[in-house]
Write a protein that binds this ligand. Structure first.
Ligand code: FAD
Length: 474
């Protein structure tokens, strides 16, 4: 049963947005209520799909006047249930997917100005068409949208070289919680005129306002790229290789991704058209990508020489260099298909953690031992952005175990991993945010003045608590 205020809101929104802009039928709104991991499924009161900033502002004003919570939604690829309602039939999903214009790409300034609903992939393509690189890449880029990327401060494969979303944003346009519009779409590299408001909204997970457009920094497009898959004897050796590459020329290093032997074995088993291009399987692998805008650089030869020296020093035991675009894509697939392979292998427990880079070997050793002691036969598949100190410390159920019985141990497993991470001065959420899944951890890890400050910011910007209620803050 809808309240009278909710009925009035829906009538108002229908008049404002027209049939293409408002979904109210149960079957139409249902997909917007379920998150990517299928952890949450709460039917939205309705789904508003405005097509421009003025309409986003009008939707927010109407929802706030009705006392209805607003859940901004981009591609809905959040891995922490950030973009779906927390309770059924009472929150309005505000989808940004119709704001999908790339307004400008400037190859001299190296900027891209685009609306929030443009997918990351479409923005990358627009940048590439102008001879530039939008240097942010995640496996969900075909679906994730710029608004969601910024609200979640996404990282991904190239953070090592270019930083995460936060480092790429120059300007934002935001609909504030009172329905007014902050027009901060500046393209300035230097602007010391008070508090940096745009950074407040980056990583705020829709709890402070709705991002409607952005200006992002671009980079020159790489014209020479070299990719290699390396087998390494240990995580410490992987870090030694990272050090060697950084010392040679850190500006060439585009990605440095870790995969465990078990993780690669799952990809090879569950994705039939993948193969390991090395003679024998290893316990640890690193995927290295070098890139430069200089077309005259013989990057393959550079990487080959670096890896040969690393092999002589016993830092690398085996390696293969991609010789074509197809081979590069095949090597990257071994990394990109990790989530899919794990999904096909059964129930998963995911931990997206970070520690200071030097402590990664200790993290992987200690957390692996702790999890193996909790569940016999558990498959431990850490992988990810080693160069950023960020590991997806994922756990897959033992072969043949009842998935429900495995998931019953989720809390204990996550606690065991988090205890090690905390001991190593790390973070319980490196990339994926807090969302609906992890607010209790925020309270435990960021308490005291830090949490009090976050609450003050929330109260100042959203005094009624209607922006993405139930997310981020405990
Ligand atoms: C296969 C896969 C791989 C992934 N890999 C990575 C990775 O490597 N690195 C990484 O960081 N993340 C990764 N993610 C997580 C996810 O893709 C990112 O968090 C992404 O930024 C979310 O974008 P989205 O448009 O789907 O946002 P949504 O999921 O729709 O929303 C994410 C959060 O932002 C809020 N939000 C959305 N749009 C707006 C807006 N316009 N204004 C204000 N708030 C808004 C939502 O309310 C929610 O809190 C991955 C996810 C998947 C499924």
């Amino acid at each position: 049963m809808r309240t009278a205020k909710a009925e009035t809101l829906i009538t108002e929104l229908a008049a404002l947005l027209g049939p293409a802009g408002l979904l109210t039928e149960a079957a139409d709104v249902a997909p917007y209520g379920e998150d990517w991991r299928r952890l949450y499924n709460h039917r939205p009161l309705a789904v508003a799909r405005p097509a421009n900033t003025a309409d986003v502002a009008a939707v927010v004003r109407a929802a706030v006047a009705a006392g209805v919570g607003v859940v901004p939604q981009g591609g809905n690829t959040s891995l922490v249930g950030g973009a779906v309602p927390t309770v059924p039939d009472s929150q309005l999903v505000l989808s940004l997917s119709r704001l999908r214009t790339v307004r400008a790409v400037d190859p001299l300034e190296l900027t891209l100005t685009a609306e929030a609903g443009v997918t990351l992939q479409a923005a990358q393509e627009a940048a590439a068409a102008a001879g530039c690189l939008l240097p942010l890449s995640i496996s969900a880029e075909g679906t994730a949208q710029l608004g969601g990327i910024l609200a979640a401060n996404a990282g991904g494969n190239n953070t090592l070289r270019y930083g995460n979303a936060r480092d790429l944003v120059l300007g934002l346009e935001v609909v504030l919680a009172d329905g007014s519009v902050w027009e901060g779409l500046r393209r300035l590299r230097k602007d010391n005129t008070g508090y940096c408001l745009r950074q407040l909204f980056v990583g705020s997970e829709g709890t402070l306002g709705v991002i409607t457009a952005c200006v992002l920094k671009l980079a020159p497009r790489p014209r020479a790229v070299a990719v290699a898959l390396c087998a390494v004897p240990s995580v410490a050796a992987a870090l030694a290789l990272l050090g060697r590459l950084q010392n040679f020329d850190a500006s060439l290093l585009q990605a440095f991704e870790y995969m465990s032997g078990e993780g690669v074995a799952l990809v090879l088993r569950y994705l039939p058209d993948t193969r390991l291009p090395l003679t024998t399987p290893a316990a640890h692998y690193v995927l290295v990508e070098l890139a430069t805008p200089r077309p005259d650089t013989a990057l393959d030869a550079v990487l080959e020489e670096l890896l040969a020296a690393a092999m002589e020093a016993d830092v690398v035991t085996d390696a293969v260099l991609a010789r074509s675009e197809g081979q590069r894509a095949a090597l990257w697939r071994l990394r990109e298909e990790h989530s899919e392979a794990q999904k096909r292998a059964g129930a998963n427990v995911k931990n997206d953690v970070s520690v200071p880079i030097a402590r990664l070997p200790e993290l992987i050793a200690r957390a692996s031992a702790a999890c193996a002691a909790l569940v016999e036969g558990i498959r431990i598949v850490p992988f990810g952005h080693l160069g950023d100190g960020n590991v997806h410390f994922n756990l897959v159920q033992p072969e043949g175990m009842d998935p429900a019985a495995f998931l019953a141990r989720e809390g204990a497993l996550m606690e065991a991993v988090c205890a090690v991470v905390r001991d190593l001065d790390g973070s319980f959420s490196a990339e994926h945010g807090v969302g609906a899944l992890k607010p209790p951890l925020l309270a435990a890890w960021r308490g005291g003045p830090e949490l009090a400050l976050m609450r003050q910011i929330k109260n100042a910007l959203d005094p009624l608590g209607l922006m993405n209620p139930g997310k981020l803050l405990p």
